[in-house]
Each structure stands twice: as structure tokens, then as C-alpha cells.
Design a protein around this ligand. Structure first.
Ligand code: GRF
Length: 208
């Protein structure tokens, strides 16, 4: 039976779309059981609805405490039999209650080559630092912001005349390829976490 994914979004949902497309094209054997947004007007909700996926809005502003929001999200995911959670432009810190509900089963995609430039505005940080290469990272989510074990990365060049917009667009193309690939790798099992490393078993090779 196909694994059940839960995708958490806050915005336009282009990475959500990449996952929807990869599943539709048979590149990823999974099913998106639910898309949850903390923002009622997130564009990604329409993408999910257009693909016939159930959507749920859990507005963080309606919760006095972070824990209560996390518990509500965890419950909505569990009720739908979700086994792997994918953050896709989800602009909230994942708190302890959600992490405990899905140990080593929450993925995030970040628009830099971590550990460089965690947090917001990663592309702007990269430009300001003057790096010549940047990219995207998919990692397991832990309590450390953008600091969990790295599953896969993709690099892109940074050009002299790049703006935040042009660099973001180049990274986004890499993101859309990388996220389905990383989800596939995680769903195939046979991996473990050693310290801060995501390690594949002896008979498995990292996709290049
Ligand atoms: C992406 O750049 C992702 O790496 C970051 O937020 C952005 C979300 O874009 N976490 P989208 O909503 O998937 O289009």
C-alpha cells in the first residue's frame, strides 16, 4: 500500500506541486493524505484541491500556546494515517509535541546548502555572503532550526549579477527535482541516523 504523506504549507505550494506531480507521474510511490496550512489563504491549498487532496486549515493565530497548535496538527495528521510529514514552505517552527508524534519522520526543504544560511531569507544571506555556489537541502526535522540530518542536497551556481529573485528561481528549480527524490529515498527505508548524519545501508547508493 502506498505510504501516506502529510504536507504542511504556509504559502504558494510549488514544492507541494512537485510532490503531487512526481506521484502522478509514477516517480514517487506515495499518496498525499492531507495538506495542512497554517494560513487560510495559502495558494497551495488550491493546488491540493485541484489534485483532489483533502485540505485542512489550522490557523496558528487561533492558538494561545504553541503546544496546542502542534497537538492539533499532529492529531490531524495521525487521524489520516500519515506516516511521513513533508514541510513545504511551512513558516512555523516545529515544536516538541509534533516532533514527538513523528520521530525522524518529518522532512523539510530549505533553499541553501545547509549548514550555511539557516533561517529566513537564505537566498539573500547567500548573496550577501558572496558565495559562488548555493542550492537546496532536504533534511530531517529536529528541534534545531534547519539543523537536522541532511538527506539530500543539490547545488546551483551563484552568478555575479544575481538578485534574490533570480537566485531564488534557480534554486527553486533544483528544489522541485530534489524534494520528490529525497522523499523517495526516505520511504525506501534501509537508512539510519548516526549522530547528525543520515546514513544509507550498505546495499544502497545515494542518487546523484
Ligand atoms: C521554498 O524555497 C522552500 O525551500 C522554503 O520555502 C519555499 C517554499 O516555496 N522552505 P513553495 O511554497 O514550495 O513554492
Amino acid at each position: 500500500m502506498a505510504e501516506r504523506l502529510g504536507v504542511l504549507i504556509s504559502g504558494r505550494g510549488s514544492n507541494l506541486q512537485a510532490l503531487i506531480d512526481a506521484i502522478a507521474e509514477g516517480q514517487l510511490e506515495a499518496r498525499i493524505a492531507v495538506v495542512i496550512s497554517n494560513r487560510p489563504n495559502a495558494g497551495g491549498l488550491e493546488r491540493a484541491a485541484a489534485a483532489g487532496i483533502e485540505t485542512v486549515v489550522i490557523d496558528h493565530k487561533l492558538f494561545a500556546r504553541r503546544d496546542d497548535f502542534d497537538v492539533a496538527v499532529a492529531s490531524a495528521l495521525k487521524e489520516r494515517g500519515v506516516t511521513l510529514v513533508c514541510l513545504a514552505g511551512f513558516m512555523r517552527l516545529v515544536g516538541a509535541r509534533l516532533l514527538e508524534a513523528f520521530p525522524n519522520a518529518i522532512l523539510n526543504i530549505h533553499p541553501s546548502l545547509l549548514p550555511a544560511f539557516p533561517g529566513v531569507d537564505a537566498q539573500r544571506q547567500a548573496l550577501q555572503h558572496g558565495v559562488k555556489v548555493s542550492g537546496a537541502t532536504v533534511h530531517l526535522v529536529t528541534g534545531e532550526l534547519d539543523g537536522g540530518p541532511i538527506v539530500l542536497q543539490a547545488s546551483v551556481p551563484v552568478r555575479e549579477d544575481d538578485t534574490v529573485e533570480t537566485l531564488s528561481a534557480r534554486i527553486l528549480i533544483a528544489e522541485h527535482r530534489l524534494y520528490p527524490e529525497a522523499v523517495r529515498l526516505v520511504l525506501e527505508r534501509g537508512w539510519r541516523v548516526e549522530g547528525r548524519r543520515f546514513v544509507l545501508g550498505p546495499d544502497r547508493a545515494m542518487p546523484v
